[in-house]
Design a binder for this molecule. Structure first.
Ligand code: ZN
Length: 487
């Protein structure tokens, strides 16, 4: 605790609400509350979605590495129009509501599991809280009732709408032109364009064939926007430090979340709104028709290391449109290999390197200090990852050259390794050697260990060759265990 207090940094982030980079002063000392709009679970996440989740993970890890206790909430949207469309398609017309709800849950459970698998593969840490919308239906009905009572909403034909004209600052986040708003006109869909800002739906009357919950306005279901307001307030409280999402959520989703939450609470709900930019693929918008639409599974099928994907995303600034390319992935792979090789070198004893006669020797500790300062200066300035990583690579270049000529001491190596741990805690690409082995390599090692335990020497040799063909050298230890390292 004392150490964390001493090292706690102030981080600055771009705030979409004010359009400025501003320091984050937490509501509660040492604690950061972050709400992240999570996935709508009716399909696999595509790499554009994953970019947003990687940005959120970067944000969270940077606060944690800066000494904060991060309360990180990511919701699961498990009731929504597209989920209903896909989950009800195979049901008979006379299916009961209970059957319809079960079918919806089966679909969302399946895709939630896939989603969590994908996050684990790219090193995204599990959220502190992961509320599911369908567990909060009662709270959503209660919030809609409050909004009606406060004059912000009205019921019509079994649905309830938010009256956008009732909130003076409606649309500030998206810089909406209030003159152009269609006050009094209502919209039933959750997603629409900025120039058609209208009274949006809070509660949707059920149509025949749709699953529903009972409500004071008849059978229906919540709109998408109300879900996040209710879960955010329930889990994190009436105020939070940061709310995130992709830039496509600024309008209408986050705009409407503010209207609902602040209409209900009567005060500012979120201090900092942070949005991650889009991802393009090879210079084009990703779309199924262009054949450039990828999920993480597609990349893995192409032999791509999920951590290289993570690095390719995070080495670009989160507020710049990212042009994803397979060349970019190769470059990410090479960058990671370079840091990992440096890490291995720093783990060694240094006995073989260095002749001790190099005139341009530098003070490794001074270089390390400089790199560390530059790294944190960049990260604290709106998560400037390109600058932060540049400082790390300067260190790698300098100390590799130094170690070629004058070997670093054990203490210097340990200090450098500690910095590599510190940076890996954020970027998650250069953990201590054994932890970075891909799952398939771990599985082959386990098979080989089993083969040796049962004295199947030919099989053991075969597996060693398989590992070698995949680029890993096996090292047998005296106690019968083994490890592998990249050749
Ligand atoms: Zn949301």
């Amino acid at each position: 605790m004392d150490r964390a207090m001493a090292s706690r940094r102030i981080l600055s982030l771009f705030n979409t609400l004010t359009r400025r980079v501003e320091p984050v002063h937490p509501l509660e000392q040492g604690v950061i509350r972050i709400y992240n709009c999570g996935p709508t679970v009716y399909n696999f996440a595509h790499i554009g979605n994953l970019r947003t989740f990687l940005f959120q993970d970067l944000l969270r890890r940077t606060f944690e590495a800066s000494g904060y206790d991060v309360k990180f909430c990511m919701n699961i949207t498990d009731v929504e129009d597209k989920i209903i469309r896909d989950s009800q398609a195979g049901l008979p017309a006379d299916a009961s509501n209970a059957e319809r709800l079960v079918a919806m849950k089966a679909l969302t459970d399946r895709y939630t599991a896939y989603f969590l698998e994908d996050l684990a593969r790219i090193g995204i840490q599990p959220a502190t809280y992961m509320p599911r919308a369908t567990d909060y239906i009662g709270g959503m009905i209660a919030m809609v009732e409050q909004l009606i009572a406060k004059g912000h909403a009205y019921a019509r034909e079994g649905s309830v709408y938010y009256r956008i004209g009732s909130l003076p600052h409606y649309g500030d986040l998206a810089h909406l032109d209030r003159e152009g708003m269609q006050v009094g006109v209502s919209v039933d869909v959750d997603e629409y364009e900025k120039d058609s800002a209208q009274d949006f739906v809070l509660w949707k009357a059920a149509k025949p064939g749709e699953p529903y919950w009972e409500s004071p306005w008849g059978p229906g279901r919540p709109g998408w926007h109300i879900e996040c307001s209710v879960m955010g307030i329930d889990v994190l409280g009436e105020r939070m430090d940061i709310h995130t999402g992709g830039v496509d959520l600024i309008f209408p989703h986050h705009t409407n979340e503010i209207a609902q939450s602040e209409g209900c609470l009567g005060h500012t709900w979120v201090n900092h709104w942070c949005h991650g930019e889009f991802l393009m693929v090879e210079g084009q918008k990703m779309s199924k028709s262009l054949g450039n639409f990828f999920t993480l599974r597609d990349l893995i099928d192409k032999g791509i290391d999920p951590l290289s994907f993570r690095y390719a995303i995070q080495s670009n600034h989160y507020r710049k449109v990212l042009n994803f390319s397979f060349d970019g992935l190769k470059a990410a792979d090479a960058s990671l290999a370079r840091i990992r090789a440096f890490r291995r070198r720093m783990t060694g004893t240094g006995e073989v390197a260095g002749r001790g006669d190099w005139k341009e020797a530098v003070d490794p500790m001074a270089r390390l200090q400089m790199a560390r300062e530059r790294f944190w200066e960049a990260m604290a300035d709106d998560l400037n990852t390109p600058e932060a990583l540049a400082s790390l690579f300067t260190l790698v270049t300098d100390l590799n050259a130094q170690d070629d000529r004058v070997a670093l001491t054990v203490e210097e190596r340990q200090a450098v390794s500690a910095f590599l741990d510190e940076t890996n805690a954020i970027f998650g690409g250069w953990a201590a050697e054994e932890e970075t082995l891909p799952a398939e390599i771990e599985a082959l090692l386990a098979q080989r260990q089993e083969a040796r335990a049962t004295k199947q020497w030919a099989e053991s040799d075969r597996l060693r060759d398989v590992l070698k063909s995949l680029g890993f050298l096996v090292e047998d230890r005296k106690d019968g265990t083994m490890s592998a390292r990249r050749a």
